[in-house]
Structure formats: structure tokens, C-alpha cells
Design a protein around this ligand. Structure first.
Ligand code: NG1
Ligand code: ZN
Length: 541
């Protein structure tokens, strides 16, 4: 059957027109949009095979997340909402790079090696962000899916987490929720309103916030949410799609530049939120009376959520294992707070949510967040069952009952399938409301160490290799020793370097106690890379 099965896939319109090697990286393929058409076509083909191999619906999202408008990308979503399985990332990379004349051969090979029954029906759910290039790329993907007779549900403009959610709803036959956008909005908004109750404000908490939607697809989702939330949350929407995507706005800009995004008014102590271009990351921030900018990033959200869960578990009398997963980018201040004050086990894994998600699965309740604001909470099925049954237990005290009911309800507020900026925001709002905190109160829990990120361009970023969850550099030889020497000069200094999986650069992270030193340390380490890893362009200064 194999040779016949693939005979319709030759399509000159989607021939390979770009000969640079392209890799399925941290978040799928991501590069300039004008070289991606053939990749999208091939990923359409691959999505059909993946669906047949897993006998479930697969998601295909067209987005380059926080990158600027000229970029685009694609990621495939596995049946349980997870990122594509690692062995298939290699398959995807190979398929994206082969010559057109080898395509049928490679597809046949995949189907044999993966033992795929080609008569199995295939279903692919597609979605795209708001980039101008996304419709063309979607057509390429659809052509690929159709060439192998895959069944298509195109959701149109959606956030990445909405697509993950719908894939899981479909694959669980609705057990996770109604597999529609209405189902998504309604599930989250209903539980948010019910946990929060009729009291809009509580002590220092007020329901007003300013939201920067990065001029991305998240703006559409926020507007929809507003209809479902009604006045439970007063969101003032900025960067709503009328400006340019991720340009001086959005969660990545705010996190990396540590500054206000364009267009958000500098209102003293007002809670502000930035999401990224596909709405899977969220950070909070505000400016104080001295016009000083304060960032509350993914680490802050993780610690707020961990403290809340710990409190609810203690109050309800449940002994479930709670754990938190971070990456090397987590601020040292947050890690100390989690271990020493919250006393919640904390793990460090390499960058990329797939690593965090996998590790978080080891806990009954696993909280994972990248410092950039991408993260969520996941629950073992057994833990959900225990919580549900506990909340029904007649013998509980009133306080225990309230806490376990909250715990049970809050599960429905969380998009467990992937980090979801809007679901995470509703969770943060729920917790701040419950505690009666404003953003200043929230920030009081611990102090961040001053930190800085830099990018260095080198000839080949892959000559930088790392180990120990990216905290230690293996090659080029000698670089780590030099970094150690630089770091040792600064109190509470820490720095590490790694090649980006989404941009052609090497990233430098530096933190230390003294704010006036952090820039020096970052530049020092960036110069080391420039010298030892064949830097291109101007030397960092
Ligand atoms: P790279 O470019 O590999 O550092 C960035 C983020 C990741 C992740 C991916 C996917 C940082 C330092 N890195 O990856 O955490 O979010 O993009 O979007 O924020
Ligand atoms: Zn994103």
C-alpha cells in the first residue's frame, strides 16, 4: 500500500525553495516566514502520519509567538496536548530538509519504521496567529493534510493554548471540556466568577487591570473573554491588534527589556499584564510613585501559585505532593524563597516547556513556569480524584470543606494542556482576590536579584554545548572556567550561556546582588563568548 499511498503528494507549488538546514527547535520550526511554505506543506503531511500513528487528533499551530512580524513558525501538538514527542522532532527535521525527489521515500520510511497502519483515519486540528503570513502558510499545511486525505478542523485565528485545549477535548471525547472556543471561554469564565464570588474587590485587591495584548491574537481572545466575564474583571485592553505585532510590547519585550510596553499608561501602582503574540506567556508589572518599573514575571507567578496550593492543601488536610519546576533562567531570589520559605520541592530542567511539563508530571500537583511567564499547573488523575472525593467528605470541618472545594474548583480554571496566558492571569487574579492583595503586596514576598539577558551573534551557535540543565558550558573548551572567574568577582553572582532554540544567537543570563554590577557581568560573559565562540558583528560592550 505504501508506494501508492504517497503518490499524490508531489506538488510543485510546495517544492523546497530554501536550502538552509532548518531544525525543529525549542518550539517547532521558526524562521523568516517567506522560506517556510514547503516546511508547512511537509508538516501537513507529517501531522497526518502522526495522527495515524497515535490514532488520535493532532494539532498544528502556525505562529512565531513573541518573534516580530517577519517571522513565522509551526508547532505540532500531540494528542494529550503536549509538544511533539522528541523522536518525532528528529523525524520532522529530516522531513523538512530532504530534497523534493526524496519526499515519497522518506514518508514511506517513516510509515514503516513507526509501524503506521496507513488505513487508520487521520484528524488534524489547525490554528493560526494574527501574522500576515499565517493564511498562506496555513494553505500550505492544509494542502499537505489533504494530499494524504486527513480530516481537517480549522479553528482559524486562535491562541496556541486554545488549540492545545481543543485537541485534548477532542481526544478525551469532551471529558476535558467542550471542544469549541465557546467551551473554552465558558469553562474558564464560569469557574473564575464562581470562585471569586459576588465581591469584586477585596481589601487591597481591585478588579481593574491594564492589559497589553502585544497586538497579537490574544487581543481577540481577551475581547471574547470580556463578554463571558462581564464585570467580574475590569480589563482595559491595549495593543489590541491595531499596532505592529510584538513591537515594543508583549510579554517577551517587557520581561527582557524590563520596561513598560508602548501605549500602556504609566498609572501609579496599577496592575498591568502583558501577554505574548500567541498568548501562551504572561507577566505582570507596575510603576511606583517614583515612576520606577517593577516586573512580576513567571517566577513570581509560580511562587504565588505554589504558596496558594500549599495553603489550600494544608487547610483541607490533604497530603498530596506539590512540586515546582523551573529553568536556569529562574531568578535566584525565587529559588531561595521556594526552597527555604515555602519549603516546596523545586527542580531545574533545560529551557523549553516540554522539559518542564515532563518533570512536573512526577508530582501529584506539578507547577511549572519559565521566568518569561510560560507555565501552568498539572494534576495527576489520581490527585484530582483524591481532591474531588475529599471535598465530598461529610466529616470535614467547615474550614477543611471550604479549602478542598476551592482546590477542586481551581483545577477547572487552569488550562493544564499548556501554559496559557489568559488562564494563568485568571488564576493570579483569583489568588490576589482571595488574599486581598494589590500588586505591591504580592511583590513583597521576596526580592529578585538584579538580572540581565544579552544576545551574542556567533558564526555557529551550536558550538556552545551545555550540561546540568544548561547551567554549565561544555564547549568551547575553557569557556566555563572563564565564566566561573567572571562570576566569582560578584556577590551572589551567577551566569550561564546557551544557544537559543528559536533565534540564531547565543543567550547570556547574568544575575548578582548589586544592581550596578549586573550589566558589567553580563557584558563580560558576552565578550567571552564573542572571543571563544567566533563572534560576528560588533563585540558586546
Ligand atoms: P530560546 O530561544 O531557545 O531561548 C525561547 C525562550 C524559551 C521558550 C521558547 C519558545 C527564554 C530565555 N527562552 O527559547 O523559554 O519559551 O522561546 O517560545 O525565554
Ligand atoms: Zn508564545
Amino acid at each position: 500500500m505504501e508506494s501508492n499511498y504517497f503518490q499524490n503528494i508531489v506538488n510543485a507549488e510546495y517544492n523546497r525553495k530554501y536550502d538552509k538546514y532548518i531544525t525543529y527547535g525549542t518550539a517547532g520550526f521558526r524562521t523568516k516566514s517567506n522560506v517556510l511554505e514547503h516546511v508547512l506543506y511537509r508538516m501537513g503531511l507529517l501531522a497526518v502520519l502522526r495522527s495515524k500513528a497515535t490514532r488520535a487528533a493532532i494539532g498544528l499551530m502556525i505562529t512565531a509567538s513573541h518573534n516580530l512580524e517577519p517571522d513565522n513558525g509551526i508547532k505540532l501538538i500531540d494528542p494529550a496536548g503536549e509538544m511533539l514527542e522528541a523522536s518525532w522532532e528528529t523525524i520532522a527535521t529530516n522531513l523538512a530538509n530532504v530534497q523534493d525527489s526524496d519526499l515519497i521515500h522518506v514518508l514511506t520510511d517513516i510509515s514503516i519504521k513507526e509501524n503506521i497502519d496507513l488505513s487508520t483515519p487521520a484528524k488534524v486540528i489547525t490554528g493560526r496567529d494574527s501574522r500576515k503570513s499565517s493564511p498562506i502558510l496555513l494553505n500550505a499545511a492544509l494542502a499537505g493534510i489533504r494530499a494524504l486525505n486527513g480530516n481537517i478542523t480549522d479553528l482559524g485565528l486562535v491562541t496556541t493554548p486554545q488549540l492545545h485545549y481543543i485537541v485534548v477535548c477532542i481526544n478525551t471525547n469532551g471529558a476535558y471540556g467542550d471542544p469549541t472556543l465557546q467551551g473554552y471561554y465558558s469553562k474558564l469564565a464560569t469557574v473564575f466568577k464562581s470562585i471569586k464570588g459576588a465581591e469584586k474587590n477585596n481589601k487591597k485587591y481591585t478588579s481593574v487591570l491594564n492589559l497589553d495584548a502585544a497586538n497579537g491574537v490574544g487581543a481577540i481572545a481577551v475581547k471574547e473573554f470580556q463578554r463571558y466575564l462581564m464585570d467580574a474583571l475590569d480589563i482595559n485592553l491595549f495593543n489590541d491588534g491595531s499596532g505592529s505585532l510584538n513591537h515594543m510590547c508583549g510579554a517577551d519585550y517587557v520581561k527582557v527589556q524590563q520596561t513598560m510596553p508602548l501605549n500602556i499608561p504609566s498609572e501609579t501602582n496599577v496592575r498591568c499584564v502583558s501577554i505574548d503574540g500567541d498568548a501562551d506567556r504572561v507577566v505582570y508589572f507596575y510603576v511606583d510613585e517614583n515612576n520606577k518599573f517593577h516586573l512580576l514575571d513567571g517566577d513570581r507567578i509560580a511562587t504565588l501559585v505554589a504558596a496558594y496550593f500549599k495553603e489550600l492543601l494544608t487547610m483541607s488536610g490533604l497530603s498530596l505532593q506539590l512540586g515546582l519546576v523551573q529553568t536556569a533562567y529562574a531568578n535566584g531570589g525565587s529559588t531561595d524563597y521556594i526552597s527555604n520559605v515555602l519549603q516546596v520541592p523545586v527542580a531545574c530542567v533545560p529551557t523549553g516547556v516540554k522539559h518542564l511539563h515532563k518533570k512536573a508530571l512526577e508530582f501529584d500537583i506539578g507547577i511549572y513556569f519559565e521566568a518569561n511567564g510560560h507555565g501552568t499547573v498539572i494534576f495527576k488523575d489520581t490527585a484530582k480524584e483524591v481532591i474531588k472525593n475529599h471535598a465530598k467528605n461529610e466529616k470535614l470541618s467547615e474550614a477543611q470543606k471550604t479549602a478542598s472545594t476551592k482546590l477542586k474548583d481551581v483545577i477547572d480554571l487552569i488550562n493544564e494542556t499548556v501554559g496559557d496566558a489568559l488562564s494563568d492571569m485568571l488564576l493570579v487574579e483569583t489568588i490576589l482576590h482571595a488574599k486581598g492583595w494589590d500588586i505591591i503586596e504580592w511583590e513583597r514576598s521576596y526580592n529578585d536579584l538584579p538580572n540581565k539577558q544579552l544576545k551574542v551573534s556567533v558564526r555557529d551557535r551550536n558550538i556552545i554545548t551545555t550540561t546540568n540543565a544548561e547551567r554549565h558550558c561544555l564547549t568551547p573548551v575553557g569557556l566555563q572556567e572563564e565564566i566561573d572567574k567572571a562570576v566569582s568577582k560578584y556577590s551572589r553572582g551567577r551566569s550561564f550561556v546557551r544557544p537559543s532554540g528559536t533565534e540564531d544567537i547565543v543567550r547570556v543570563y547574568a544575575e548578582c546582588e548589586n544592581p550596578s554590577d549586573v550589566n558589567k557581568l553580563a557584558v563580560e560573559v558576552a565578550s567571552l563568548i564573542y572571543r571563544l565562540a567566533d563572534g560576528v558583528g560588533p563585540e558586546p560592550s
